[in-house]
Design a binder for this molecule. Structure first.
Ligand SMILES: Nc1ncnc2c1ncn2[C@@H]1O[C@H](COP(=O)(O)OP(=O)(O)OP(=O)(O)O)[C@@H](O)[C@H]1O
Length: 241
């Protein structure tokens, strides 16, 4: 399998604090990768550099063979990188379909037919077609999280980055989410930042563990589960490892 996304010696310093330190990361096309780590490990900072929200202090991000380190976020979206928005960026007073169409336009521009088709398809994929006319703010919390995934999918991404997608979901919603992600894996590569270890263990092909801004371990869920170093990193952090 070819590598879709890589980083080389990717680093971010905030003043005297090194949030991410020389991370080499390779994500093969078609994989479901989980990125885990204790609170403050640098996950959000790392992903923010992948998508162009935060400029690295040093190092490179390569997407599909192209060095994208200097590209703004919208150019990366155009290349096929999508990042699920936090719920705060769902427009509560817009209809569900309008939210998805806004996201679709980020990649597809003014091609109305393509936007319409991508919107309908994304809503269908997450099971929200029957709510397309509802105001986003009237959806349940779980459905709003699905709406975020639909907004990512509408960009027809080659890489879909999901930031803590199961946070706040009920057990039955998590079960439905896992089925959704498994289905999506056939069409897009997925990078999942996730605190719920049961979800990680069940969904991920490979798990990358960040700790103090560095890659502490990488392996199959079983390998990571058995790793003494990973267990030690989580001890005392209060994270549900
Ligand atoms: N804009 C910023 N300015 C200064 N320090 C920052 C900034 N963003 C993050 N940090 C620091 O960088 C470190 C890594 O934070 P980051 O949010 O990337 O970790 P995380 O693994 O995503 O944590 P969590 O699981 O709690 O979301 C932390 O010490 C954090 O306080």
């Amino acid at each position: 399998m070819s590598t879709l996304l890589s980083t080389r010696a990717l680093s971010k310093r905030f003043g005297g604090l090194t949030a991410v330190h020389e991370v080499d990361f390779d994500l093969p096309e078609g994989e479901i990768r989980a990125l885990i780590g204790p609170n403050g490990a640098g996950k959000t900072t790392f992903v923010s550099m992948l998508i162009g929200r935060v400029a690295p202090s040093a190092g490179a991000v390569v997407f599909d063979g192209q060095d994208v380190t200097g590209l703004p976020a919208h150019s990366r979206v155009a290349l096929g990188m999508a990042y699920t928005f936090q719920i705060t960026s769902v427009f509560a007073r817009l209809a569900v379909a309008e939210n998805v169409a806004l996201a679709a336009r980020r990649r597809l521009g003014r091609d109305r037919a393509a936007v319409r088709e991508a919107t309908a398809r994304a809503l269908d994929r997450v099971g929200l077609s029957d709510r397309s006319g509802a105001l986003a703010g009237d959806l349940s919390y779980g459905h709003q999280r699905l709406l975020e995934v639909a907004m990512g999918l509408a960009q027809r991404p080659r890489l879909l980055i999901l930031d803590e997608p199961t946070q706040g979901l009920s057990d039955s919603e998590i079960a439905a989410f896992k089925a959704l992600i498994r289905g999506l894996a056939a069409e897009t590569t997925i990078l999942l930042i996730e605190h719920n270890m049961a979800v990680v263990m069940e969904l991920a092909d490979t798990v990358t563990v960040l700790n103090f801004g560095e890659v502490l371990a990488e392996g199959t869920p079983a390998e990571i589960h058995a790793s003494a170093a990973v267990q030690a990193a989580y001890l005392g952090t209060g994270a549900d490892a």
